[in-house]
Design a protein around this ligand. Sequence first.
Ligand code: PHE
Length: 416
Amino acid sequence: KPSPAAALLGDSVTVDRMTYPTDSLTNITPNILAKVGRNLHKLHNHPLFLIRKRIENFFYHHYVNRRGNPIFSVYDSLSPVVTLEQNFDSLLVPEHHVSRAPSESYYINSDYMLRAHTSAHQRDLIRSGLDAFLVFGDVYRRDEIDSTHYPVFHQVEGVRLFTQHELFQKVRDPSHLSIFEEHGKRMADKQEGHSMEAAKLLEHSLKTTLVNLAKHLFGKGIEARWVDAYFPFTHPSWELEIQYKGDWLEVLGCGIVEQKLLHSSGSGNQVGWAFGLGLERLAMKLFTIPDIRLFWSTDSGFLSQFDVEDPNTPVTYKPVSIFPQCTNDISFWLPSDSSYSYTPNDFYDLVRNIGGDLVEQVYLFDKFVHPKKQRTSHCYRIVYRHMERTLTQEEVNVIHRQIETSATKLLGVEIR
Ligand code: PHE
């Protein structure tokens, strides 16, 4: 029998270019489907892209091999459609664990779902032979809707594996040490198969890496604290909290990878750590973005604030007017008369003079040279928005025409 969502979608549903039959578990909605493929973490003027670059750079610069090449490989294009086996079973999530409830995740059908965390890719990437990687991606969870919750958000997963030789690299005489222990017991601070030395070195490596990452993102002055946690795929497990501008903020979950997971991935001779971190929460704090819905905005008044060359540029979000934008384009031939020396800044000043604060943004979005006439054409987009009320298109047209007239007269351009 079809679920209510399946009844709405019909017999099949297409997600990320693949078509799946719906069934009684189907609970994805058209609204959620519309988010798949937006890939906010890959948009160059997006706050999530800035955070992602800062995280990537941290790992690229601090973790290099003897030749100076980064050891972490980065994945940002893995499909959010995964099997239930990838999202849960591969991570040792118990059969009746609460996270499997249909009320928690978005199911395409009984076999496929939208990943609820980037951990869904751990097993497969380890199996493919990687031992240091980051995965950036959109993740989907059914949740309440308020200023900090949204059913789609973005995570980065980090995994680092070590051979015995690598883990004990800095130990003066490691010959008597082993990362494994035959008849060990599972304890609060280690797995049964791990030696205490291995467990402690891994914990140290994981915690210093993540505190340094937090300092890289939030500044050297932050306070950090570790809270014990539980995840089915790591033991021991922790959450990192940092104090930033007075508030304690939970930033990530992490732990020592369950040896059973590594064993099933063909890497049973290695040990390792993993972490998963939500990008929106960090970005909201770092850039003072007040509402998580803003990340989905296509408004240039929002996006242009994050359009910076260097990802480390400090950005503090300034709320844009909630009134709608009006966009008008203007194209002209630059003056052929060499007595005019045209620069785009001339045009920007002219626009400011006429449009005043109604102009939110002006940018050059196209230019070309006419092959025969050898004349250059510029095309600008002008975004108009009143801060206190809705502008009408008629009102905007009047200002826009004044700009055209004035540019012809003052700058010597020829409107196309
Ligand atoms: N996947 C976990 C989450 O989404 C975070 C995590 C990742 C925890 C890796 C441990 C190791 O909450």
